[in-house]
Write a protein that binds this ligand. Structure first.
Ligand code: NAD
Length: 325
Protein backbone atom coordinates (compact mmCIF):
# COMPACT_ATOMS: atom_id res chain seq x y z
CA UNK A 1 0.00 0.00 0.00
CA UNK A 2 1.38 3.41 -1.02
CA UNK A 3 0.58 6.81 0.46
CA UNK A 4 -0.58 8.96 -2.41
CA UNK A 5 -1.50 12.62 -2.78
CA UNK A 6 -3.87 13.67 -5.59
CA UNK A 7 -4.11 17.39 -6.36
CA UNK A 8 -7.25 18.35 -8.29
CA UNK A 9 -9.04 15.38 -6.67
CA UNK A 10 -12.37 17.20 -6.84
CA UNK A 11 -12.18 17.47 -10.62
CA UNK A 12 -13.20 15.10 -13.38
CA UNK A 13 -9.99 13.13 -13.97
CA UNK A 14 -8.76 13.53 -10.37
CA UNK A 15 -11.90 12.01 -8.84
CA UNK A 16 -11.74 9.01 -11.21
CA UNK A 17 -8.04 8.62 -10.40
CA UNK A 18 -8.77 8.58 -6.67
CA UNK A 19 -11.35 5.81 -7.22
CA UNK A 20 -8.81 3.80 -9.21
CA UNK A 21 -6.02 4.21 -6.63
CA UNK A 22 -8.36 3.22 -3.79
CA UNK A 23 -9.33 0.07 -5.69
CA UNK A 24 -5.60 -0.73 -5.79
CA UNK A 25 -5.70 -0.49 -1.96
CA UNK A 26 -3.52 2.60 -1.71
CA UNK A 27 -4.07 5.24 0.97
CA UNK A 28 -5.10 8.43 -0.82
CA UNK A 29 -5.36 12.04 0.26
CA UNK A 30 -7.20 14.38 -2.12
CA UNK A 31 -6.87 18.15 -2.33
CA UNK A 32 -8.99 20.62 -4.28
CA UNK A 33 -10.92 23.88 -4.08
CA UNK A 34 -14.05 21.74 -4.04
CA UNK A 35 -15.34 18.21 -3.47
CA UNK A 36 -16.26 16.11 -6.52
CA UNK A 37 -19.54 17.40 -7.90
CA UNK A 38 -21.28 14.17 -8.85
CA UNK A 39 -20.31 11.54 -6.26
CA UNK A 40 -18.73 11.22 -2.82
CA UNK A 41 -14.95 11.22 -2.89
CA UNK A 42 -13.38 7.81 -2.21
CA UNK A 43 -10.23 9.44 -0.79
CA UNK A 44 -9.20 8.42 2.74
CA UNK A 45 -8.64 12.10 3.51
CA UNK A 46 -9.68 15.21 1.60
CA UNK A 47 -8.51 18.77 2.24
CA UNK A 48 -10.23 21.78 0.73
CA UNK A 49 -7.93 24.68 -0.07
CA UNK A 50 -6.17 26.81 -2.64
CA UNK A 51 -2.92 25.49 -4.12
CA UNK A 52 -2.03 29.01 -5.27
CA UNK A 53 -1.21 29.65 -1.60
CA UNK A 54 2.34 28.41 -0.83
CA UNK A 55 1.52 28.00 2.87
CA UNK A 56 -1.40 25.75 2.01
CA UNK A 57 0.87 23.66 -0.25
CA UNK A 58 3.32 23.25 2.63
CA UNK A 59 0.46 22.38 4.98
CA UNK A 60 -0.92 19.52 2.86
CA UNK A 61 2.47 17.84 2.46
CA UNK A 62 2.22 16.61 6.02
CA UNK A 63 3.67 13.14 5.51
CA UNK A 64 6.16 11.32 3.28
CA UNK A 65 3.94 10.56 0.28
CA UNK A 66 5.24 7.85 -2.08
CA UNK A 67 3.61 9.46 -5.10
CA UNK A 68 1.95 12.76 -5.99
CA UNK A 69 -0.46 13.28 -8.90
CA UNK A 70 -0.78 16.94 -9.95
CA UNK A 71 -4.01 17.49 -11.91
CA UNK A 72 -5.12 20.82 -10.48
CA UNK A 73 -5.42 23.55 -13.10
CA UNK A 74 -7.66 26.45 -14.07
CA UNK A 75 -9.24 24.71 -17.00
CA UNK A 76 -12.30 24.22 -19.20
CA UNK A 77 -13.44 23.42 -22.73
CA UNK A 78 -13.17 25.63 -25.82
CA UNK A 79 -15.74 28.10 -24.46
CA UNK A 80 -13.43 28.74 -21.50
CA UNK A 81 -9.93 28.34 -22.97
CA UNK A 82 -10.34 29.94 -26.40
CA UNK A 83 -12.65 32.88 -25.66
CA UNK A 84 -9.63 34.94 -24.51
CA UNK A 85 -11.53 36.17 -21.47
CA UNK A 86 -9.73 33.92 -18.98
CA UNK A 87 -6.19 34.02 -20.39
CA UNK A 88 -4.52 35.92 -17.56
CA UNK A 89 -6.28 33.88 -14.86
CA UNK A 90 -5.44 30.57 -16.52
CA UNK A 91 -1.73 31.43 -16.81
CA UNK A 92 -1.46 32.90 -13.33
CA UNK A 93 -3.48 30.29 -11.46
CA UNK A 94 -2.10 27.15 -13.06
CA UNK A 95 1.54 28.29 -13.14
CA UNK A 96 1.38 29.27 -9.45
CA UNK A 97 0.15 25.80 -8.46
CA UNK A 98 3.15 24.15 -10.14
CA UNK A 99 5.61 26.81 -8.98
CA UNK A 100 4.45 26.32 -5.39
CA UNK A 101 4.39 22.55 -5.53
CA UNK A 102 7.78 21.48 -6.85
CA UNK A 103 10.06 23.33 -4.38
CA UNK A 104 7.92 21.96 -1.53
CA UNK A 105 8.12 18.38 -2.89
CA UNK A 106 11.89 18.70 -3.16
CA UNK A 107 12.14 20.18 0.35
CA UNK A 108 10.22 17.15 1.69
CA UNK A 109 12.28 14.66 -0.36
CA UNK A 110 9.24 13.56 -2.44
CA UNK A 111 10.41 12.75 -5.95
CA UNK A 112 7.79 10.77 -7.85
CA UNK A 113 5.22 13.15 -9.32
CA UNK A 114 2.74 12.85 -12.18
CA UNK A 115 1.97 16.02 -14.15
CA UNK A 116 -1.03 16.39 -16.47
CA UNK A 117 -0.02 18.46 -19.47
CA UNK A 118 -2.16 18.82 -22.58
CA UNK A 119 -2.31 18.35 -26.35
CA UNK A 120 -2.91 22.12 -26.38
CA UNK A 121 0.88 22.59 -26.22
CA UNK A 122 1.31 21.50 -29.87
CA UNK A 123 2.06 24.22 -32.43
CA UNK A 124 -0.92 25.67 -34.20
CA UNK A 125 0.96 25.62 -37.55
CA UNK A 126 1.10 21.80 -37.41
CA UNK A 127 -2.66 21.53 -36.95
CA UNK A 128 -4.04 23.56 -39.85
CA UNK A 129 -4.97 20.57 -42.02
CA UNK A 130 -7.87 18.73 -40.32
CA UNK A 131 -6.90 15.45 -42.03
CA UNK A 132 -3.17 15.48 -41.21
CA UNK A 133 -2.40 17.08 -37.85
CA UNK A 134 1.09 16.50 -36.47
CA UNK A 135 1.05 15.84 -32.72
CA UNK A 136 4.19 13.76 -32.37
CA UNK A 137 5.80 14.59 -29.02
CA UNK A 138 8.99 15.93 -30.64
CA UNK A 139 6.97 18.38 -32.78
CA UNK A 140 6.27 20.57 -29.72
CA UNK A 141 9.20 22.83 -30.65
CA UNK A 142 9.51 25.43 -32.11
CA UNK A 143 6.53 26.22 -29.92
CA UNK A 144 3.34 27.99 -30.91
CA UNK A 145 0.43 26.67 -28.82
CA UNK A 146 -2.99 27.95 -29.86
CA UNK A 147 -3.88 29.26 -26.39
CA UNK A 148 -2.39 30.73 -23.22
CA UNK A 149 -3.58 27.52 -21.53
CA UNK A 150 -1.19 25.62 -23.84
CA UNK A 151 1.69 28.03 -23.16
CA UNK A 152 1.27 27.58 -19.41
CA UNK A 153 1.29 23.79 -19.79
CA UNK A 154 4.45 23.97 -21.88
CA UNK A 155 6.13 26.24 -19.31
CA UNK A 156 5.15 23.92 -16.48
CA UNK A 157 6.35 20.81 -18.37
CA UNK A 158 9.70 22.57 -18.66
CA UNK A 159 9.69 23.43 -14.94
CA UNK A 160 9.16 19.74 -14.04
CA UNK A 161 11.97 18.73 -16.40
CA UNK A 162 14.29 21.45 -15.04
CA UNK A 163 13.64 20.21 -11.48
CA UNK A 164 14.52 16.72 -12.71
CA UNK A 165 17.82 17.85 -14.21
CA UNK A 166 18.82 20.16 -11.38
CA UNK A 167 17.30 18.53 -8.27
CA UNK A 168 16.62 14.86 -8.99
CA UNK A 169 12.81 15.12 -9.25
CA UNK A 170 11.28 12.04 -10.94
CA UNK A 171 8.36 13.43 -12.98
CA UNK A 172 6.05 11.53 -15.27
CA UNK A 173 4.48 13.93 -17.77
CA UNK A 174 1.45 13.10 -19.93
CA UNK A 175 -0.13 15.24 -22.62
CA UNK A 176 -3.83 14.39 -22.43
CA UNK A 177 -5.94 14.58 -25.58
CA UNK A 178 -9.64 15.37 -24.90
CA UNK A 179 -10.58 13.08 -22.04
CA UNK A 180 -14.31 12.52 -21.58
CA UNK A 181 -16.73 10.36 -19.65
CA UNK A 182 -19.28 10.07 -16.89
CA UNK A 183 -19.11 12.54 -14.02
CA UNK A 184 -17.41 15.18 -16.19
CA UNK A 185 -18.57 18.80 -16.28
CA UNK A 186 -21.60 18.92 -18.61
CA UNK A 187 -22.81 22.53 -18.26
CA UNK A 188 -21.80 25.91 -16.87
CA UNK A 189 -19.24 27.04 -19.46
CA UNK A 190 -16.29 24.75 -18.66
CA UNK A 191 -17.70 21.62 -20.32
CA UNK A 192 -15.87 20.07 -23.27
CA UNK A 193 -17.26 19.05 -26.67
CA UNK A 194 -18.50 15.48 -25.93
CA UNK A 195 -20.36 16.49 -22.76
CA UNK A 196 -21.64 19.72 -24.31
CA UNK A 197 -23.02 17.89 -27.35
CA UNK A 198 -24.52 15.14 -25.16
CA UNK A 199 -26.29 17.88 -23.19
CA UNK A 200 -27.57 19.65 -26.30
CA UNK A 201 -28.87 16.36 -27.71
CA UNK A 202 -30.44 15.33 -24.40
CA UNK A 203 -32.19 18.71 -24.11
CA UNK A 204 -33.41 18.80 -27.73
CA UNK A 205 -36.97 17.90 -28.67
CA UNK A 206 -37.23 15.11 -31.26
CA UNK A 207 -37.19 16.70 -34.73
CA UNK A 208 -35.31 19.73 -33.38
CA UNK A 209 -31.86 21.22 -33.92
CA UNK A 210 -28.59 21.34 -32.01
CA UNK A 211 -25.98 24.07 -32.45
CA UNK A 212 -22.33 23.32 -33.15
CA UNK A 213 -19.56 25.95 -33.02
CA UNK A 214 -17.80 26.51 -36.35
CA UNK A 215 -18.34 24.43 -39.48
CA UNK A 216 -17.93 21.16 -37.55
CA UNK A 217 -15.18 19.97 -39.89
CA UNK A 218 -12.46 20.49 -37.28
CA UNK A 219 -11.06 17.11 -36.20
CA UNK A 220 -10.24 15.74 -32.74
CA UNK A 221 -9.84 12.43 -30.96
CA UNK A 222 -11.53 11.64 -27.66
CA UNK A 223 -10.36 9.23 -24.98
CA UNK A 224 -12.70 7.65 -22.47
CA UNK A 225 -11.74 8.29 -18.84
CA UNK A 226 -11.04 4.63 -17.94
CA UNK A 227 -8.32 4.36 -20.56
CA UNK A 228 -6.85 7.71 -19.53
CA UNK A 229 -6.48 6.44 -15.95
CA UNK A 230 -4.94 3.21 -17.21
CA UNK A 231 -2.41 5.23 -19.22
CA UNK A 232 -1.55 7.36 -16.18
CA UNK A 233 -1.03 4.25 -14.03
CA UNK A 234 1.16 2.60 -16.68
CA UNK A 235 3.25 5.77 -17.09
CA UNK A 236 3.75 6.07 -13.32
CA UNK A 237 4.88 2.43 -13.12
CA UNK A 238 7.27 2.85 -16.04
CA UNK A 239 10.74 4.36 -16.01
CA UNK A 240 9.76 6.83 -18.74
CA UNK A 241 9.58 10.51 -17.83
CA UNK A 242 7.67 11.70 -20.90
CA UNK A 243 6.23 14.01 -22.06
CA UNK A 244 4.06 11.44 -23.81
CA UNK A 245 0.63 11.65 -25.43
CA UNK A 246 -2.24 9.89 -23.67
CA UNK A 247 -5.06 9.99 -26.15
CA UNK A 248 -7.05 8.09 -28.71
CA UNK A 249 -5.88 7.86 -32.32
CA UNK A 250 -9.50 7.54 -33.56
CA UNK A 251 -9.85 10.94 -35.22
CA UNK A 252 -13.34 12.27 -36.00
CA UNK A 253 -14.80 15.59 -37.09
CA UNK A 254 -16.98 17.42 -34.59
CA UNK A 255 -19.88 16.83 -37.01
CA UNK A 256 -19.21 13.07 -36.87
CA UNK A 257 -19.03 13.23 -33.08
CA UNK A 258 -22.40 15.00 -32.99
CA UNK A 259 -23.95 12.55 -35.49
CA UNK A 260 -22.76 9.61 -33.38
CA UNK A 261 -24.30 11.10 -30.22
CA UNK A 262 -27.55 11.83 -32.06
CA UNK A 263 -27.64 8.20 -33.23
CA UNK A 264 -27.11 6.97 -29.67
CA UNK A 265 -29.98 9.15 -28.45
CA UNK A 266 -32.35 7.63 -31.01
CA UNK A 267 -33.74 11.11 -31.79
CA UNK A 268 -34.05 12.68 -35.22
CA UNK A 269 -32.13 15.97 -34.94
CA UNK A 270 -30.42 18.31 -37.35
CA UNK A 271 -27.20 20.28 -36.81
CA UNK A 272 -26.95 24.05 -37.14
CA UNK A 273 -23.50 25.64 -37.36
CA UNK A 274 -23.01 28.89 -35.49
CA UNK A 275 -19.94 31.09 -34.85
CA UNK A 276 -17.98 30.13 -31.73
CA UNK A 277 -14.50 29.30 -30.41
CA UNK A 278 -13.17 26.14 -32.06
CA UNK A 279 -9.40 25.87 -31.44
CA UNK A 280 -7.08 24.30 -34.02
CA UNK A 281 -8.46 22.80 -37.27
CA UNK A 282 -7.13 19.30 -36.65
CA UNK A 283 -5.76 17.28 -33.74
CA UNK A 284 -5.15 13.61 -33.15
CA UNK A 285 -3.07 11.66 -30.67
CA UNK A 286 0.15 10.32 -32.17
CA UNK A 287 0.61 7.09 -30.22
CA UNK A 288 3.96 5.87 -31.57
CA UNK A 289 5.97 7.01 -28.55
CA UNK A 290 3.60 5.56 -25.94
CA UNK A 291 3.61 2.26 -27.85
CA UNK A 292 7.42 2.25 -27.92
CA UNK A 293 7.92 3.21 -24.27
CA UNK A 294 4.97 1.58 -22.49
CA UNK A 295 4.14 -1.17 -25.02
CA UNK A 296 0.52 -0.06 -24.75
CA UNK A 297 -1.88 2.28 -26.50
CA UNK A 298 -5.49 3.10 -25.73
CA UNK A 299 -7.86 0.99 -27.78
CA UNK A 300 -9.93 4.05 -28.74
CA UNK A 301 -13.48 2.73 -28.42
CA UNK A 302 -15.19 6.07 -28.93
CA UNK A 303 -18.69 4.65 -29.45
CA UNK A 304 -18.68 2.70 -26.16
CA UNK A 305 -17.52 5.72 -24.17
CA UNK A 306 -20.07 7.98 -25.88
CA UNK A 307 -22.94 5.61 -25.03
CA UNK A 308 -22.04 5.63 -21.34
CA UNK A 309 -21.51 9.39 -21.34
CA UNK A 310 -24.74 10.16 -23.19
CA UNK A 311 -26.75 7.97 -20.81
CA UNK A 312 -25.18 9.74 -17.81
CA UNK A 313 -25.62 13.30 -19.20
CA UNK A 314 -29.21 12.46 -20.17
CA UNK A 315 -29.89 11.42 -16.54
CA UNK A 316 -28.38 14.72 -15.32
CA UNK A 317 -30.53 16.73 -17.75
CA UNK A 318 -33.68 14.86 -16.66
CA UNK A 319 -32.85 15.30 -12.98
CA UNK A 320 -32.13 19.01 -13.46
CA UNK A 321 -35.39 19.53 -15.34
CA UNK A 322 -37.34 17.78 -12.57
CA UNK A 323 -35.97 20.10 -9.89
CA UNK A 324 -36.12 23.10 -12.23
CA UNK A 325 -32.39 24.01 -12.42
P1 NAD B 1 -11.17 19.70 -13.88
O1 NAD B 1 -11.36 21.17 -14.07
O2 NAD B 1 -12.36 18.85 -13.72
O3 NAD B 1 -10.18 19.43 -12.65
C1 NAD B 1 -9.21 20.35 -12.24
C2 NAD B 1 -9.40 20.55 -10.75
O4 NAD B 1 -8.39 21.46 -10.27
C3 NAD B 1 -10.76 21.19 -10.40
O5 NAD B 1 -11.49 20.35 -9.52
C4 NAD B 1 -10.40 22.51 -9.73
O6 NAD B 1 -11.25 22.87 -8.66
C5 NAD B 1 -8.98 22.20 -9.23
N1 NAD B 1 -8.25 23.44 -9.01
C6 NAD B 1 -8.13 24.47 -9.89
N2 NAD B 1 -7.43 25.45 -9.31
C7 NAD B 1 -7.13 25.03 -8.05
C8 NAD B 1 -6.44 25.64 -6.96
N3 NAD B 1 -5.95 26.86 -7.05
N4 NAD B 1 -6.32 24.93 -5.81
C9 NAD B 1 -6.84 23.68 -5.71
N5 NAD B 1 -7.51 23.06 -6.70
C10 NAD B 1 -7.64 23.75 -7.86
O7 NAD B 1 -10.28 19.22 -15.12
P2 NAD B 1 -9.93 17.75 -15.60
O8 NAD B 1 -10.58 17.54 -16.90
O9 NAD B 1 -10.13 16.79 -14.50
O10 NAD B 1 -8.37 17.93 -15.88
C11 NAD B 1 -7.37 17.51 -14.95
C12 NAD B 1 -6.01 17.93 -15.48
O11 NAD B 1 -5.79 17.35 -16.79
C13 NAD B 1 -5.85 19.44 -15.67
O12 NAD B 1 -4.54 19.81 -15.31
C14 NAD B 1 -6.07 19.65 -17.14
O13 NAD B 1 -5.43 20.81 -17.61
C15 NAD B 1 -5.47 18.38 -17.71
N6 NAD B 1 -6.04 18.04 -19.04
C16 NAD B 1 -7.32 17.62 -19.13
C17 NAD B 1 -7.85 17.32 -20.38
C18 NAD B 1 -9.27 16.84 -20.55
O14 NAD B 1 -9.65 16.54 -21.67
N7 NAD B 1 -10.08 16.74 -19.50
C19 NAD B 1 -7.06 17.45 -21.53
C20 NAD B 1 -5.76 17.91 -21.39
C21 NAD B 1 -5.25 18.17 -20.13
Amino acid sequence: MKKILVLGAGGFIGSHLVQFLRKQNHWVKGVDLKYPEFSETRANAFTIGDLRDPYFVRYILDQPFDEVYQLAADMGGAGYIFSGEHDADVMHNSALINLNLLPELLRQGIKKVFYSSSACIYPEFNQLDPDNPNCAEASAYPAQPDSEYGWEKLFSERFYLACMRNHGLEPRIARFHNIFGVEGTWRGGREKAPAAICRKVAEAEAGGTIEIWGDGNQTRSFLYIDECIEGVARLMQSGFTGPVNIGSAEMVTINQLAEQIIRISGKKLSIKHIPGPTGVRGRNSDNRLIQEKLHWTPSGRLGIGLEKTYRWVNEQVLAASLVGI
